[in-house]
Design a protein around this ligand. Structure first.
Ligand SMILES: NC(=O)c1ccc[n+]([C@@H]2O[C@H](COP(=O)([O-])OP(=O)(O)OC[C@H]3O[C@@H](n4cnc5c(N)ncnc54)[C@H](O)[C@@H]3O)[C@@H](O)[C@H]2O)c1
Ligand SMILES: O=P(O)(O)OC[C@H](O)CO
Length: 311
């Protein structure tokens, strides 16, 4: 049994709190709008799980620093995003803020509605601290939630983050009713694009063929349980982005991730053709149909993926 504090009472924080509680752990949830203070909520926690939206992570890390976390407290991050100011992932923000605490990334094909319904799922807990990953695995493993450990937190985190950009594109594809061939081609060609970015940021290639990469990509691109897929689907229907996000009433990390990713790809010269069309679409520079044409009319090339390719 562990003392677990979950930060964030949104869809994913609530689900992660329930999973830990059902597994016999002592659990409390903190939310920025809730009654409890952050300091007392994390003071004697064995594990703190951050499951808030990316836009709040940097501020939360600073608040946590003031809360004086014990150096033995394991920090788990379940957020899928990139910081718009620094391009850092959540685990990098937490590593920079808490250099002595064990940091664990939790990421995988985890549509919260299915998990809340008790349907079987699997995820990855990734850390360079093997013992910390094993501890988090023990807290969450159950007959309906299978947990795998990984030594590649960067790759696990980026897989879950970059797939959200692809999910927007796939939502457009389905919204335009382009068919299964187009969807399969789009998802397949997205993998080398995710790999180029992931390897550039320090990921291991094989991580992207696992649950936190391909697994999460398939789950998220499957349909309307994904908020990011619904962003793309709405754009294909001719809705404006603000209207789509209002109707969602929930976090769609892929919008911010696309903007941060394109800024980085431009700086580093990394070819990201799918993300670039999503970026143009989100900014209203192209129509959904033009975004598709922009991909279909690119120069012809071998399928083999050059991970080191630069513009
Ligand atoms: N919902 C899912 O299926 C799911 C699954 C896996 C991972 N995630 C990831 O978990 C993260 C949260 O997603 P969600 O689905 O819970 O979204 P949500 O919109 O349901 O909840 C977001 C939570 O973040 C909190 N938050 C937002 N800004 C904040 C700030 N500035 N300071 C403190 N808290 C803040 C909100 O109060 C809310 O509790 C996202 O990065 C998402 O990609 C979601
Ligand atoms: O609703 P989405 O698109 O944020 O996806 C939720 C999870 O990340 C799926 O693993």
């Amino acid at each position: 049994m562990a003392r677990v504090t979950v930060l964030g009472s949104g869809a994913w924080g609530t689900a992660l709190a329930r999973l830990a509680l059902t597994n016999g752990n002592q659990v409390q949830i903190w939310s920025r709008r809730g009654p409890s203070e952050l300091g007392p909520a994390v003071a004697d926690a064995d594990i703190v799980v951050s499951a808030i939206s990316m836009k709040g992570v940097a501020a939360l890390a600073s608040q946590l620093q003031a809360a004086k976390l014990r150096p033995s407290t394991i920090l788990v991050t379940a957020t899928k995003g990139l910081d718009p100011e620094t391009t850092r992932t959540p685990s990098k923000i937490f590593r920079d803020t808490f250099p002595n605490n064990p940091i664990v990334v939790l990421s995988g094909p985890n549509l919260s509605k299915e998990i809340e319904a008790g349907l079987p799922a699997a995820t990855v807990v990734a850390s360079t601290d093997v013992a910390a990953a094993a501890r988090v695995q023990q807290v969450y493993a159950s007959e309906s939630f299978r947990i795998y450990t990984s030594p590649d937190p960067v790759g696990a985190e980026l897989g879950g983050t970059l797939k959200n950009v692809v999910a927007i594109a796939v939502g457009v594809c389905d919204g335009l009713k382009l068919g299964s061939n187009a969807k399969a081609a789009l998802i397949t060609r997205a993998i080398p694009e995710m790999l180029r970015v992931g390897v550039h940021m320090g990921s291991q290639v094989e991580t992207f063929y696992g649950l936190s990469g391909l697994g999460d990509l398939l789950a998220t691109c499957d349909g309307s349980l994904s908020r990011n897929y619904r962003v793309g689907y709405g754009l294909a229907q001719g809705k404006v982005l603000d209207q789509i996000l209002d109707e969602l009433g929930s976090t769609a990390e892929g919008v911010n991730t696309t903007h941060v990713l394109i800024d980085m790809a431009n700086r580093e010269g990394i070819p990201v053709p799918i993300a670039r069309q999503v970026h143009r679409l989100l900014r209203g520079v192209v129509t959904p149909q033009e975004a598709v044409e922009g991909l279909m009319e690119r120069e012809l090339k071998p399928e083999a993926c050059d991970l080191k390719a630069r513009n």
